[in-house]
Design a protein around this ligand. Structure first.
Ligand code: C2E
Ligand code: MG
Ligand code: MG
Length: 752
């Protein structure tokens, strides 16, 4: 047994020897086992502790191997490419990604140890990168990809540059993402819609400028607050509950919200709220996109207003009125409340419109609407149905009494002149009244019956009101039937012209004739013009009908002349509605051209009232016609608003003395005086005068005596169809010649 010190020395030597062995050992630590130790430590004195050291070394070695394998795996599977070059540009190592990107997909074995420029398809790039290998990042383009490179030098123990490690990362996708983010940021900043983002707890984390513009709140005031800051208080809790329920269920909610701006205005917003979640994760944010729809709402309500109101007067229109009437009826039925309807039609409005133009007509309607509104209570409805027709709905207990009372007030108000463009217009109105339920139990009947009652008021002399009666319904229906029959007759040529001679009593000859409309196939009581002209004027059917009459009359005159009946002209009645047509003169000239007759073959008959309404325009129209030789007669002279001044202003040829002044001649001294005055006036102004409605010889004699040369009436002939007229004229001429010769012999002492 060696002594203690010897043993220590020995161990010491052994350990040194062992460490030396280990230091130079070709053996790897895992190859050291107890047998080796026994070999190395024949005395085995250190075996136990040595075996512990070895176990530890083995363990460390194992961990090292694992770590190396781990690092290698990471190295090879990294998305980035890694290349290690030595100082002379030999490839020392590279990972899989580098083989793909930089070495044509070659095997590692083919690359390691090779000069980079022999194996790498981007050798130049590598070289320049290597040169600047200072750890700074650079971006290069590899195969069209943006690649970020970091090159770092590895120094040896002596501090010399031994190797370069290069790390290549493809940042193309990242760059695209950044670009997208930039774009989104731009959109976020500049989009017209407000975008408000909250976190999962509804705390506002971001807003764009539009939110501030829309709500009036600065970004700083909103960040950190909740959207409740915008609440108007106009939605109840249920509204928000429902919003949240939908949002949770669908991840999305859209609807209209009334919010409040910073300065207290209520703001209608179209809002879309979307939930933002990570993949399968909880809600992270809510994004709310808000559009200010106040302009849209305004347009909508404007359109709604227009759909239910009359654009000219701003009053409810027929649609809204019918709706209110139905409600009123419903209420009256349920609560026993009264309801009455006033149907108001302005009298003489058409004259104003036709003669002074639509602008004046429109102003008049606006003024009339004002007056009506000022007379009713807030609860009552005034509406304009169209044209000059207005209606008032009264909802009141004693409906009829109230309606009659209001009607009186309206009539009085409409009697006051309406001043438009400095002209005082006197119009007045006629009112029909219906009361629920006596005069109708539904809106349509009540309105129709009130309309009929209004016509009765017109017939009764205007400026009055009439309550509906069953008889009125009949009249209204008859009017509708007549209107449709009239339209059909105008369309299908169901009219005829009859002709009445105009006789020159001095010369004993028929010099002209008046064309008068007949409707032979019309209803028995509507064949004469008195029964249908007014309706035809109202419905403007007189325009095509009057044109037909002109054409027909000219064609007849031409035919008669061709058969030797030499009349000077045919006289055709023209309505105010026709005269108001802008193309009237042109139409007349065209019709003359069609007939091949000279202008002087035609005389048009107009009443004083037709002329008076727009005297300047009439003067233009008549002058235009006069230029073509057309004659103009004033019909029914003395019955209209006679203002003699117009006689000077208008190119007139003929005054037709109305039958009402002729009828009682020679017995009524007043009529005699009027007839004499008209004849004197005509002579002074160089006009012709024709006495209408001569039925007796006494009338004619008297008129001849006071200087009237031209007469028309049953005394000579009734109006006759064209053929009969021609025959009658021949007979007449013979009779007139006889009388003339009688006169010459002096037996009668009469003019002929
Ligand atoms: P008016 O132009 O004053 O026509 C004269 C009316 O007096 C005619 O009535 C004629 O038949 C009638 N009459 C003629 N002589 C006598 C007589 O001796 N005694 C009586 N009691 N009556 C006589 P008619 O044909 O019924 O026409 C009535 C009115 O209808 C016409 O009055 C005229 O204003 C209008 N009218 C007739 N045809 C037309 C037309 O083509 N266009 C237009 N716009 N109105 C027409
Ligand atoms: Mg006439
Ligand atoms: Mg007449």
């Amino acid at each position: 047994m060696p002594s203690q010190p010897d043993a220590f020395r020995y161990i010491r030597a052994k350990i040194d020897q062992l460490l030396t062995v280990m230091g130079t050992l070709p053996l790897r630590p895992e190859e050291l086992d107890d047998n080796t130790l026994i070999e190395l430590d024949p005395i085995g004195i250190v075996a136990e502790s040595f075996s512990q050291v070895i176990a530890h070394l083995n363990h460390t070695n194992h961990a090292l191997n694992l770590a190396t394998a781990e690092i290698r795996t990471i190295f090879d599977n990294l998305g980035a490419a890694i290349v290690v070059l030595d100082f002379d540009d030999h490839v020392v190592d590279c990972n899989n990604q580098a083989l793909t990107w930089l070495f044509h997909g070659a095997d590692r074995a083919q690359v390691i140890g090779q000069l980079a420029n022999q194996v790498c398809d981007e050798a130049d790039s590598l070289k320049s990168i290597r040169r600047q290998a200072d750890g700074a990042m650079q971006t290069v383009n590899l195969h069209g990809h943006a690649v970020q490179v970091v090159a770092s030098r590895i120094l040896d123990e002596a501090g010399h540059h031994a190797r370069t490690v290069m790390l290549f990362s493809d940042i193309t996708q990242q760059q695209q993402n950044e670009l997208h983010l930039q774009l989104y940021a731009e959109i976020f900043r500049h989009v017209g819609e407000g975008i408000l983002i909250t976190d999962a707890d509804s705390c506002i984390v971001e807003v764009n400028a539009a939110v501030s513009r829309i709500t009036g709140y600065a970004r700083e005031e909103l960040i950190g607050a909740t959207p409740a800051i915008l609440r108007s208080g106009l939605h109840d809790a249920g509204y928000y509950r429902e919003m949240w329920r939908t949002l949770r269920e669908n991840g999305f909610w859209q609807g209209e919200v009334l919010d409040r701006t910073r300065d207290g205005r209520i703001l209608p917003l179209l809002q879309t709220i979307s939930e933002v979640r990570g993949a399968d994760g909880p809600t992270s944010h809510y994004i709310s996109v808000m559009t200010d729809i106040s302009a849209l709402k305004e347009t909508q309500s404007r359109l709604d207003f227009l759909a239910h109101h009359d654009a000219l007067t701003g009053l409810p229109n027929r649609l809204l009125f019918s709706d209110r009437l139905r409600h009123a009826i419903e209420r009256a039925r349920r609560e026993g409340f009264g309801a009455a309807l006033l149907f108001i039609d302005l009298d003489r409005f058409k004259h104003v419109n036709d003669s002074l133009g639509h602008q004046v007509g429109d102003q008049l309607l606006i003024e009339a609407a004002h007056r009506l509104k000022s007379l009713v209570r807030q609860a009552d409805t005034v509406a304009r149905l169209g044209g000059d027709e207005f209606v008032v709905l009264l909802e009141e207990g004693a409906a009829h009494a109230a309606a009659a009372n209001l009607a009186e007030k309206i009539i009085e108000a409409c009697k006051r002149p309406f001043t438009v463009s400095g002209i005082d217009l006197h119009i007045g109105c006629s009112i029909g009244i219906t009361v629920y339920p006596e005069d109708g139990i539904d809106d349509v009947t009540l309105l129709r019956n009130a309309d009929a009652a209004m016509y009765r008021a017109k017939d009764a002399g205007r400026d009055c009101h009439v309550r509906h009666s069953a008889e009125l319904s009949r009249v209204a229906r008859a009017r509708i039937v007549l209107d449709s029959a009239l339209r059909a007759a105008v369309r299908d040529g169901g009219f005829e012209l009859h002709y009445q001679p105009i006789v020159d009593i001095g010369r004993g000859r028929v010099v002209a004739c008046e064309a008068l409309l007949r409707w032979p196939s019309g209803p028995a009581d509507a064949r004469m013009p008195g029964a249908f002209i007014a309706l035809a004027e109202e419905t403007r059917q007189i325009v095509p009908l009057g044109e037909w009459a002109l054409r027909e009359a000219l064609a007849c005159l031409r035919a008669w002349r061709e058969h030797g009946l030499g009349l000077d002209y045919v006289s055709v009645n023209i309505s105010a509605v026709q005269l108001a047509q802008p193309d009237f003169p042109a139409r007349v000239v065209a019709l003359l051209g069609e007939s091949g007759l000279a202008g002087g073959s035609l005389q048009i008959e107009l009443t004083e009232n037709t002329l008076l309404h727009d005297i300047e325009r009439c003067a233009q129209v008549l002058t235009r016609l006069r230029e073509h030789g057309v004659r103009v007669a004033i019909d029914d002279f003395g019955t209209g608003y006679s203002s003699l001044a117009y006689l000077k202003q208008l190119p007139i040829d003929n005054l037709k003395i109305d039958r009402s002044f002729v009828r009682d001649i020679p017995d009524d001294p007043n009529d005699c005086a009027i007839a004499a005055a008209v004849i004197g006036l005509a002579r002074t102004l160089g006009l012709e005068a024709v006495a209408e409605g001569i039925e007796t010889r006494a009338q004619q004699d008297y008129l001849a005596q006071i200087g009237c040369k031209l007469v028309q009436g049953y005394l000579h002939a009734r109006p006759l169809p064209a053929r009969a007229f021609a025959a009658e004229v021949a007979t007449l001429h013979a009779a007139l010649a006889d009388r003339a010769s009688e006169a010459q012999t002096g037996r009668e002492g009469r003019p002929f």
